[in-house]
Design a protein around this ligand. Sequence first.
Ligand code: PLP
Length: 440
Amino acid sequence: MEDIPEVIPYARHSLHDDDMRAVMEVLREDSASQRLTQGFRTSRLEVLIREYTTAEHAVACSSGTAGLHASLFALGVSTNDIVITSGISFCSTANVVRHCGGVPLFADIDEDALGLCPRSVREALEWAKENGKRVKAVIVVSMGGVAHASAELRDLCKAYGCRIVEDAAHTLGGRYADGRAVGCGEYADITVFSLHAIKPITSGEGGVATTNDEELARRMRLFCNHGIERDVRRFKDDVALSAREMAAQKMTYGYQHYQMQVLGLNYRMSELHAALGCSQMRRIDSKRDRRKELAERYDRLLDDILIDDVNPLSSIIKPLQRNYRERSAHHLYVTTIDWHRLAINRKRFMQTLANTGKDGYGICTQVHYIPIYEHPYYREAAKFTERALFEAVKLPRSAEYAKRALSLPLFTDMPLSAVERVVDALKELVDNCLKRDFKL
Ligand SMILES: Cc1ncc(COP(=O)(O)O)c(C=O)c1O
């Protein structure tokens, strides 16, 4: 019998003894070469991700957000550049644009896959062209574990002279439509993974960016390390020491000269985080396969349980992204619910599910996402952009999805019996709503 926790979280990290040993090994290492940061484990993690994705370069950093910020820096996004992206994402996707001085222009999603709709991206690109605005990049968000970078978006961006970054925070372990690994470099200039605690694998906090462009990789490394260049061949000549002087200095003082060449940040990954990331990489496929099994169990139960004589529960709680189960990284189990039909609002529904008292179920759910442009900072967009930019592209599908969205619990160590408990609770709650046993 599997143990079902009293409260089922919507997501949770998965740690094994191996992971803990790997981190302890860094701390226990008793040698002069012991390093807590910038050591061989960070390099090893980069090699593992490179091999897994087949990309030519991988740059580890302190978070997915840092990776996104570094990618926009590497692509040269700066003041007033427009970056097209999806509002159905975590706010950091757009925040990094602002940190570069750029302006996000939101395009619409497609309603089942939840990725950027190429037609809407074209509309945004056309609008920018007609209004004399410079679009530097498009950030494609691979929502919920389903890869959305594609040949169509790549070719569209190429035609308009802008670059593609793929926010694959959810999607390490996923595949593109052609079966290649997400992050392989075929459909995006740079792909960024998050290794945050609840992501497909974790390093606690962390991120990795992959690319097939050596110069982009170099610029990302530079940015993530304060803008510091240590390669003497790249020194700006007026202040550079000769290679011979450098070597002499290093031998005499054990000190290596460096130059700060651009305004960077400390976005480095520590060895403790890298050790955990390396250890977790061993289970990347088995973790994903387990989440796929859980997602398919949800699909089946929602289809099999009827709310009346003919209609399945899935006609009310509609699972999205079902056509992508074979290639998704299964980070989220996203559904949409027609709250009007149930005559209950989402907050009340979520609260009732989460309550642990006698009327509750102890089941946590989440909304992915409140659209980025709905957050107060972006609502007050006039602060940093013309209103027209925010109203340039209509976002009906993003708006409709955001009203209805609800993600059900999904995490690697979730027992299959917990999926049953969630679906039973949903069925009971839906029955009560349909019988109008709830007062709003
Ligand atoms: C879609 C998306 N983009 C970016 C990020 C940022 O990643 P991190 O938390 O590693 O900075 C997240 C993390 O939650 C995310 O979900």
